[in-house]
Unconditional design. Sequence first.
Length: 80
Amino acid sequence: MNTADYDKALYYTHRSQWDNLLILMVRTKDDFLSKKIEHFLHAYNFEKDYSVIERELYSLLRYIDHASHDFDDEELTALL
């Protein structure tokens, strides 16, 4: 996987750049990242209950953190 996708997702989320996040959702090769973005954007646009939006946001951020760490571990293993 490309860590640039995770960096972009984090940046776009932090900056509230939803259009760019949507484009990333379509272009990324990481199906899980795409699905997490989809769930968050859907909640953000259509959900009236803020706790649901918050839950989807945290789910997206946890996945980005998890995937980024897994990628770092794979890179480290390859170097050894």
